[in-house]
Structure formats: structure tokens, C-alpha cells
Design a protein around this ligand. Structure first.
Ligand SMILES: NC(=O)c1ccc[n+]([C@@H]2O[C@H](COP(=O)([O-])OP(=O)(O)OC[C@H]3O[C@@H](n4cnc5c(N)ncnc54)[C@H](O)[C@@H]3O)[C@@H](O)[C@H]2O)c1
Length: 441
């Protein structure tokens, strides 16, 4: 280890290394709290002044992380939050958790990584450790981030250090947290890898060094592609079995009794969130460079994007059976978030369901206890507010469409009061009483 690396290593061991986190969203905020809890001084950086103001007031804007997350950070080791990227030089280790969305033509949008790399480069100094956590295609750290960092003349591996460590956050999950999810770490060079492993090991229960930044980048994509493909498989099975009058959820429950060789995936109204609908297409794009097709990814994407249409056709048929048209029917979509018990609506299929039903002439409302109103997103701007919640309200709709199974919902109340229910999550599996008004989709 060089003298410089040794002195950074020493600061990590002593927990005096200042950890700067860029991008204080679903990934960055819990990561900052994890390093703070481990005793490190932390500085959070974000371009959104509302987030910075909230943090400095001691408020947490991500409800699923608990009300006291930020107040706890305001005690103990140093905590600071700022929109001033000129202060990045104060951090000994900088971890970037900025977004990696898709552009309009499903191409990777690396503009956030590029901008934050340029911001880091402006104050880059000897001895700093820079880590990228955003999900992206292999070689992004080396080919996109590193040249920007080295522009000022400092060299990675001797002057400063650089690594990639994929985030495996699963917001809302109760059995694992940022601190207990095993962390993969791959360096641009061995020295960088070693320092990054030391940093994470000081805050995270299990750290797994991998041979390179590229292995870590590709592992993250493999994890998400595995999910996308298996969800597509079970969604296709759902449509096939539905035509045969067989319940896919009963079939998955039966298959998962096999103690090996099968992992249960569940069908749904479509893919949501910032990872599964997006990350696989980062690899598809990059694979073109080496003339390789990504047939599994494309096919899975095709099946998964079909799901909202399948659900809408089930609503149409269910209303038809009751001599009703979708046009002018009142439909209540239950759940706007893309998965239970969080308020994240990014890429949520509920938005497509609402738009498609409205397009057919339905009057659509939604209810979500965690999403009081919609806001402008990349593809949608619904201008809607969550409606009130009571037996009478549920009973007043021609159809209740269950899109998200938040655990706070009283499913029996919905089953007892709704005229017709289309259930995309098997949320009503345990309700008792009559069931002939429940359609699975
Ligand atoms: N949300 C998840 O569950 C999850 C899980 C695993 C991996 N990831 C990956 O982690 C990355 C971040 O995702 P997220 O869900 O936390 O996103 P997010 O949108 O919740 O948070 C990103 C934050 O970065 C800020 N930001 C954008 N550009 C910036 C810049 N140049 N400088 C400083 N701040 C900037 C935004 O204001 C925002 O607060 C993505 O690559 C995503 O694919 C997300």
C-alpha cells in the first residue's frame, strides 16, 4: 500500500474519514444513515434544494425509512447536507447514488453520472476515494467516470482511488437493510478495490470483494435481468393458465413446495420501480457495441409491457359480464405505488392502467394511503389526488381494481363492499364470504 493509501486506510479504520454521499434518494439517504450509524462524519449532497432543506430541518422525506432517521443523524457524528458541490473536496470518500434512467429511445441516460463526475473532478484532491453505486452497464466507471475524474491530471490508483459497488436496496423490505444486504465491491485497480472494501466493511455486515469494477457492474445487471425474465415467465404463464381456467397463484404456491431448483416469482399488473423495468436495457444497449443480441431481455420486456393491456381487458370483460361498458363506468384503482408499503411511484403500472382506462372512457379515481397526490413524472402527469376511504366510497364504484397490495388495506372490507373487484395481486386470497364478484387478472 502506498503512503497515501495507508493514510486514507487509517482514517477509515479510525472512522475519521468524512463520507460524502451524492444523490440523497431511495439509495443515498439510507446509505448516509448507515455510515453515520457506524460513526463516520457524513455530508450529503443533492441538487434538489427541497431535500437539503428537509434534512437540515431534521425531516425525513422517505416515509418507509422511519420518522426518526434524520433526527438520529443530527446527533452523534458530524452530519451535514448541502447543494453546494464545491464542498465535495471536504469528503475523504465520495459515494455517488445519482439516477440512471432511460432516455426516450430506451437508451441509457448517463447525464447524471457525467454531471456528478464533473462536479467531483472540480475539487478532486490526492487521497480521495470515489465510488459509483448507480446501476449501469459494465465499464461505465472506467470509461465514463474515470476519464472525467482524471482530466485535471491526477491518476487513479496512485493519486486517488475509484471503485464500483452496486446498490441492492429493496425499499420497504423488513428482513434486510442497507447495513445487512451483502455488498459487492470491485475496484478500478487493486489498491482502489482494497480501500473501498475497507470503507464498506466499517459500516456494512458483509462485503464481498470481486475482481474488478466490471464484474460488480455486470453482477448487478445479472441480478435485475434474472428478476425481469422470471417475472415475464410467470406473467406469460398467468395469461396461458387464465385461458385454461387455472389460477397462477395456486400453481406458484404448489411449485414452490419443491425444496430446490425453483424460486417463486409472482405475476402482477406490469413492472415498476427504478430498477427492473430499466436496468436490463442498459445491457441491451451496450451489447450492440459487441454485436451481441439480448433476446431474453427483449422478450421479457415485450411480455412485461403487455401486462397493463391484459389487466384492462380483464376489467372490460368483467364489466361486460355485468352488462356494463368501460365507457362511463366509475373505476377505483387501489394502490399507486409500484410495490407494497412504499411511496415510490416511478414506472408504476398503475399510471398506465389509469391512462388506458380513461382512454376507453372510464371515470377513474385512485386511492393510496402513501401517495396523497400525483406529481409530474417523465411519462405521466395525471393531476390526481387520492380519494377518501370508507365502505361507502368503495361501494360507490362500478369496479375496484387492485394494483398494489399495501399491507394496511383491510381486504375483507373491500371484498364485503365493492360491487366488482379485479385483483392483480392475489390480495383477496384470504377473504371469506362470497367470491363471485372477484376476478383475478
Ligand atoms: N430505488 C431503488 O430501489 C434502487 C435499488 C438499487 C439500485 N438503485 C440505483 O441507484 C441509483 C439511484 O436510485 P434512487 O432510487 O436512489 O434514485 P432517486 O431518484 O431516489 O435519488 C437520486 C437523487 O439524486 C439527486 N441527483 C440527481 N443528480 C444529481 C447530481 N448531479 N448531484 C447531486 N444529486 C443529484 C436527485 O435529486 C435525487 O435526490 C440508480 O442508479 C438506481 O438504478 C436504486
Amino acid at each position: 500500500m502506498t503512503n497515501q493509501a495507508a493514510s486514507l486506510g487509517q482514517k477509515i479504520t479510525n472512522r475519521t474519514a468524512v463520507v460524502g454521499i451524492i444523490g440523497l434518494g431511495y439509495v443515498g439517504l439510507p446509505l448516509m444513515a448507515t455510515f453515520h450509524r457506524a460513526g463516520f462524519p457524513v455530508i450529503g449532497f443533492d441538487v434538489d434544494p427541497r431535500k437539503i432543506d428537509a434534512l437540515n430541518r431534521g425531516e425525513n422525506y422517505l416515509k418507509h425509512l422511519g420518522a426518526d432517521l434524520v433526527t438520529a443523524m443530527k446527533t452523534g457524528a458530524k452530519f451535514d447536507a448541502t447543494a453546494d458541490m464545491g464542498r465535495l473536496g471536504e469528503a475523504d470518500a465520495i459515494i455517488s447514488c445519482v439516477p440512471t434512467p432511460l432516455g426516450h429511445h430506451r437508451e441509457p441516460d448517463l447525464s447524471f453520472i457525467e454531471k456528478c463526475s464533473d462536479d467531483i473532478a472540480r475539487t478532486l484532491r490526492k487521497d480521495q476515494l470515489i465510488i459509483l453505486e448507480s446501476s449501469t452497464y459494465p465499464r461505465t466507471t472506467r470509461d465514463v467516470m474515470l476519464p472525467r475524474l482524471e482530466k485535471g491530471g491526477l491518476k487513479c490508483g496512485t493519486d486517488f482511488y475509484c471503485a464500483y459497488s452496486p446498490e441492492r436496496e429493496d425499499p420497504g423490505r423488513k428482513d434486510f437493510s442497507t447495513q445487512t444486504i451483502p455488498k459487492l465491491v470491485g475496484g478500478i485497480d487493486p489498491q482502489s478495490g482494497e480501500l473501498a472494501v475497507a470503507l464498506y466493511s466499517a459500516a456494512i455486515a458483509k462485503v464481498i470483494p470481486v475482481p474488478s469494477a466490471e464484474v460488480a457492474e455486470a453482477a448487478k445487471l445479472l441480478e435485475n435481468i434474472y428478476r425481469a425474465v422470471n417475472i415475464a415467465l410467470v406473467n406469460e404463464m398467468k395469461m396461458v393458465l387464465d385461458a385454461m381456467g387455472i389460477d397462477i397463484w395456486q400453481v406458484v404456491d404448489a411449485a414452490k413446495t419443491k425444496p430446490f431448483g425453483f424460486q417463486a416469482f409472482y405475476p402482477g399488473p406490469g413492472l415498476g420501480g427504478h430498477c427492473i423495468p430499466i436496468d436490463p436495457f442498459y445491457l441491451t444497449w451496450k451489447a450492440r457495441e459487441v454485436n451481441m443480441p439480448t433476446r431474453f431481455i427483449e422478450l421479457a420486456g415485450e411480455i412485461n409491457v403487455q401486462m397493463p393491456d391484459f389487466v384492462v381487458s380483464k376489467v372490460q370483460l368483467a364489466l361486460n359480464d355485468r352488462s356494463k361498458a368501460v365507457k362511463n363506468s366509475r373505476i377505483l384503482v387501489v394502490g399507486l405505488a409500484y410495490k407494497p408499503d412504499i411511496d415510490d411511484v416511478r414506472e408504476s403500472p398503475s399510471f398506465e392502467l389509469i391512462e388506458k382506462l380513461e382512454h376507453l372512457g372510464a371515470h377513474v379515481d385512485y386511492h393510496d394511503p402513501l401517495v396523497p397526490q400525483t406529481f409530474k413524472m417523465r411519462h405521466h402527469d395525471l393531476h390526481m389526488k387520492s380519494v377518501g376511504w370508507s365502505k361507502e366510497i368503495v361501494a360507490s364504484y362500478d369496479c375496484v381494481l387492485i394494483a398494489t397490495n399495501h399491507s394496511t388495506y383491510d381486504w375483507q372490507m373491500i371484498a364485503d363492499n365493492a360491487k366488482l373487484i379485479v385483483d392483480t395481486r392475489n390480495a383477496l386470497s384470504k377473504v371469506t364470504g362470497k367470491r363471485d364478484h372477484i376476478v383475478k387478472a
